[in-house]
Ligand binder design. Structure first.
Ligand SMILES: Cc1ncc(COP(=O)(O)O)c(C=O)c1O
Length: 369
């Protein structure tokens, strides 16, 4: 096919569009199933924070107005919540937007974006879309980040570094002292993005770092978090980052004027007051993660020890895509991991108790068949 339109960067031609968890509606259109369970996108199975939902309902009445483009109230609330000055906070259309903006600002043709692999695929997609190159350092055998190896891979062409802590899709973490040692090796002027999308699920773990502490100590780190996971607001698209002021000013220059809509801002503000929902989510997650882990181990499978709301299940020699397809036939959506270089695994987010029961039953059936 002749090309009439040439993208600005050749990397765009080779990009594969982001492929997320299969939406429930899509499977419903494809197959006539009595019920569908989605355990594929690290969403909150308990729904959204009730306080956030109430605020969102009220805010819908005001959608004839533009949202607050400066995110004043949400930044104020985050500033208190995090103990970080509001000038160091930026808000995005999901934390995804902040990852994109960091790439847009700091990566140009010939520049390297450095991270370990497998990790959140958006780091790769954003880099290639902006004409940069990716340097992906394989994880060790136990699927842990080796920050020592990552530091060794820094060169003069490194323009941006990402570490997801905990990491998606492995669920593994790096410790506070490992991150400190790593940060000492980062040359001045190279932004280090610490992606803490799953922070709340790991914050009780000794030695698990809170990126805000690094910022308070003066480290020039970009700490990214989201309302999509623990607060159950994935569909509203709202995330934030705490960053050095200099970087906040750059992000404010390039983002869309009204990047986060009015309903989302109202819901996020209210969610920050919903500690009860956070605790309920953590308890449910802890119990169900342990139960699923025990059950799949009982089936002769293994999991990577996870500090998140998802489990990477090693299928003991079976093909992950095949198990994924068979689960789909039974109306259960999980995530196949071949695109992450893990063809023998699936990633599963615990759902409600009854949903997890059905998943375990279906998986056992498939393994026996
Ligand atoms: C590690 C990581 N970072 C960022 C995101 C993006 O989340 P959102 O854009 O919904 O805030 C995700 C979503 O799955 C993720 O796993």
């Amino acid at each position: 096919m002749s090309m009439r339109f040439r993208p600005a960067h050749p990397g765009i031609d080779n990009l594969m569009p982001y492929s997320g968890g299969k939406p429930i509606g899509e499977l419903a259109r494809e197959k006539n199933l009595p019920r569908i369970i989605k355990l594929a996108s690290n969403e909150n199975p308990l729904g959204a924070s009730p306080k956030a939902l109430e605020a969102a309902r009220k805010a819908v009445e005001e959608v004839h107005r533009y949202p607050d483009g400066a995110h004043w109230e949400l930044k104020e609330k985050l500033s208190h919540h995090l103990g970080i000055p509001r000038e160091m906070i930026v808000v995005g259309n999901g934390s995804n937007e902040i990852l994109e903006l960091m790439t847009q600002i700091f990566l140009s043709e010939g520049g390297h974006s450095l991270y370990a692999w497998p990790t959140f695929v958006v780091y790769r997609l954003a880099a290639l879309a902006h004409g940069g190159e990716v340097v992906e350092i394989p994880m060790d055998e136990s699927l842990r980040f080796d920050l020592g190896r990552l530091a060794e891979a820094i060169t003069q062409r490194t323009r941006l570094i990402f570490v997801s802590n905990p990491n998606n899709p492995t669920g593994t973490i790096v410790t506070s002292s490992e991150v400190r040692t790593f940060m000492e090796k980062i040359p001045e002027g190279v932004p280090f993005v610490l992606d803490e999308a799953y922070f709340e699920f790991a914050r009780h773990v000794p030695e698990f770092p809170d990126g805000m502490d690094f910022l308070r100590e003066g480290w020039p780190v970009v700490v990214v978090r989201t309302f999509s996971k623990i607060y159950g607001l994935a569909g509203l698209r709202v995330g934030y980052a705490a960053v050095p002021e200099e970087i906040a000013r750059l992000i404010e220059k390039v983002r869309q004027p009204f990047n986060v809509n009015h309903v989302s801002q109202a819901a996020a503000i209210a969610a920050l007051d919903d500690e009860e929902f956070v605790e309920r989510t953590l308890t449910h997650n802890r119990v169900e993660m342990a139960r699923i882990q025990e059950a799949v181990e009982g089936m002769g499978l293994s999991v990577t020890p996870s500090f998140t709301n998802f489990l990477l299940i090693d299928l003991a020699g079976r093909d992950g895509q095949d198990v994924y397809n068979r689960l789909l036939e039974k109306g259960i959506i999980v995530r196949p991991m071949a695109a992450y270089g893990l063809p023998g695994t699936i990633r599963v987010t615990p759902g409600l108790v009854s949903e997890n029961d059905l998943f375990l039953e279906a998986l056992e059936d498939i393994l026996e068949g």
